[in-house]
Design a protein around this ligand. Structure first.
Ligand SMILES: [Zn+2]
Length: 479
């Protein structure tokens, strides 16, 4: 193992990311271009993400189910915008069991169509509504440029699909899931997302309204954290999802869909990491604390390990995810750097002197060097560690929020706007025209990220054309 340094983020942010994800053993490249292998450390982080979300989905009345990977191609063609949006990215199966298939099958790029087909069978009456289902799966959208977690041909996610009796109920569901995701982003991922509405050109293929949560990465670029779509009656009409209302009249349902993917792993890396490596938010970190035993002789090793195991037991009993680094033949210094690179929030250093005095040293990952170190008693370590993990979680959120605020500009003119999107977000009035949006994109490479639900000022003038603009939008270069 060579202790090479990562490139700094200022030197080469993209290369810092690429090397870090591989060296922290989160993911690896696959033999098929565009695919990725998620390694146990990356998967453990994803599992904690899924658990935190799944809890929230169930608390809001949703149930999990599983729909097939293969979808008849004709299904995708039923909704006009959907087929236009997804056709270029489809993987199609034409041979099965050695024989040419009568109808080609597509590998799901998303499941609105196959779920719409099932809902049409299951929903008969207003009594069957609402239907609130989520599924955890992977989907395929053909992609040749691999960027681990951020852009891959196959990615893991959840997709929620609901059906309702009225537009109002469908819109309330769509907005509820925006709130659920925002709560997750703030409290679990420590990412200060901005919830908002997408423009016509940026919305989901087949949706009436798309909401997204936008996050600022540490290089000032935006990343779409997740989306929630009000699909209107588009899929209900394409798939004949109907119900008999209370007066006995046939009505089309109103449907929604919402999803969050493994891209969020990439977001967590890029929001919180520093030049030494990952900094994982304690609530999602695979290991919240790691104990590094320090010893020279076998005798010292024995007493230090004994104390380490005792502490580990106490921490586990307090539901803290802890690991003792028992690896042989590596110096404590190497181990410190290794866990720092992997972003473990809390390091517990334990040597023979500490054991003798009944103490240990706690080192916070978010505050490198002496500043983040404290000596505490081994006795009662669990409540101390627990409190510290809570503080780290909060500090990460605050730091990310301050960074975003410092790099968000409300430009007075187009010149200021252009300078702003070089470094971060521009919160600017936009008249709503696709033409202004396209020209801005062409001239600055910044896209309309969202129209924030929370506006910071009333109506104004479009930053590009100067015409009346009812709302402000976030513009930024994006992943
Ligand atoms: Zn305009």
């Amino acid at each position: 193992m060579v202790d090479r340094k990562l490139p700094t983020r200022a030197e080469d942010f993209a290369e810092w990311y690429n090397q870090l994800v591989v060296r922290a053993e989160m993911a690896d490249y696959a033999p098929v271009r565009g695919c990725m292998i998620v390694r146990p450390y990356g998967w453990a982080l994803w599992e904690n993400i899924t658990a935190a979300l799944d809890r929230r989905f169930k608390a809001t009345g949703h149930l999990n189910a599983a729909f097939p990977l293969l979808i008849p191609r004709s299904f995708i063609e039923k909704e006009k915008h959907h087929v236009e949006g997804f056709s270029p990215e489809l993987a199609v199966v034409t041979i099965g069991g050695g024989e040419e298939l009568e109808e080609p099958l597509v590998i799901r790029p998303t499941s609105e169509t196959i779920i719409g087909h099932a809902y049409a069978k299951w929903i008969q009456s207003y009594r069957d509504l609402p239907v609130l289902i989520n599924q955890w799966n992977s989907v395929v959208r053909w992609e040749l440029r691999t960027k681990l977690f951020l852009r891959t041909l196959e990615f893991f996610w959840q997709e929620g699909h609901t059906a309702h009796a009225t537009l109002e109920e469908a819109e309330a569901e769509t907005r509820q899931m925006v709130d659920v995701y925002t709560d997750f982003a703030f409290k679990e991922a420590a990412v200060p997302v901005i919830p908002g509405r997408k423009s016509e050109s940026e919305k989901f293929a087949g949706a009436d309204i798309t909401y997204s949560l936008e996050a600022m990465m540490a290089d000032g670029k935006a990343l779409q954290f997740c989306t929630s779509h009000n699909l209107g009656q588009n899929f209900a009409k394409a798939f004949d999802i109907k119900y008999l209302d209370k007066t006995g009249v046939q009505q089309h349902c109103w449907t929604t869909s919402w999803g969050l993917s493994t891209r969020v792993v990439g977001a967590i890396v890029m929001v919180h990491g520093d030049d030494q490596g990952l900094i994982l938010p304690p609530r999602l970190a695979p290991y919240q604390a790691v104990i590094v035993p320090i010893f020279k002789s076998d005798e010292e090793k024995k007493t230090v390990f004994e104390a380490a195991r005792k502490m580990s037991k106490e921490l586990i009993a307090a539901e803290i995810r802890v690991k003792i680094d028992e690896r042989d033949g590596m110096s404590p210094g190497f181990k410190f750097n290794d866990w720092e690179m992997r972003g473990v929030p809390l390091r517990i250093e334990l040597g023979p002197k500490d054991v003798a005095s009944g103490n240990c040293v706690l080192a916070r990952r978010d505050r490198p060097g002496r500043e983040g170190k404290t000596t505490v008693s081994q006795q009662g370590i669990a409540p101390v560690a627990s409190k510290l993990l809570g503080e780290i979680q909060e500090a990460l959120f605050q730091r990310a929020l301050e960074f975003r605020k410092a790099n968000t500009v409300t430009p007075k003119d187009y010149g200021e706007f252009k300078a702003a999107v070089e470094k971060g977000f521009a919160m600017a009035h936009w008249c709503g025209s696709a033409e202004c949006e396209a020209k801005i994109k062409e001239e600055t490479r910044a896209t309309m990220r969202c129209i924030p639900l929370e506006q910071t000022s009333g109506p104004g003038k479009c930053i590009f054309c100067g015409k009346a603009a009812a709302e402000q939008a976030i513009f930024a270069r994006a992943y």
